[in-house]
Write a protein that binds this ligand. Sequence first.
Ligand SMILES: *Cc1c(COP(=O)(O)O)cnc(C)c1O
Length: 231
Amino acid sequence: MAENCYEYVNENLRAIRENIAETAEKCGRCTDSVRLMAVTKTVAPEIVNHAVSLGLTLLGENRVQEFLSKQEVYEKSAQIHFIGHLQTNKVKYIIEPVSVIQSVDSLKLAQEINRLAIAHNKIMDVLCEVNIGGEDSKSGVSPDNLKRLLEQISGMEGIRVKGLMTIPPPSDSDIFLGRMEELFNKIKSAGIQNVSMDELSMGMTHDYQQAIIHGATIVRIGTGLFGKRNY
Ligand SMILES: *Cc1c(COP(=O)(O)O)cnc(C)c1O
């Protein structure tokens, strides 16, 4: 059973890598400019480690509790990004083990990350999460408030903004991936001090190829790699 499960991941990963390379080439991008993140929610850590053994070294974690329960088992070679909604009172649990927080969407959250990063003697790399579709159900800063939030964060010594992250509305994802690309380029050319726009994290199982066309540098894939989640 376990063997089959590993083979399933092998096959999925092979196909995803092939699609990424093909899409990147089609739009004149270098394959290496797109990083594949394995989104691990509900996946057993042994299976995640198998993916790591295949060369996948970027893991995306959604839930603090789940991450803490699996963290010990994870291969240390993998880099962990936090990608889920983050409550201010939980930052303390992830400030050390996580290398990027992709879901910064409020001043209050940024202030707490900054405070703890300074206390831990580190500079935390973050992405700002944008609610590009303006959906009530999603977290993320609105496109209109993004620049102001970035300017507020730019003065924080414990945080370095590296780019943007988004989850577009699934039904119209191509339109919103395009809007996200425009917003990313606009912010980039605004040249906010201490804010770099190197990373654009977008694209999931159903839309990662379109996301690459719209400039994604990190695609975050769960189902397409590990199979359907049972919830
Ligand atoms: C679950 C999740 C993903 C992956 O979604 P799939 O459709 O399973 O590929 C990507 N990003 C975030 C923030 C997620 O929560």
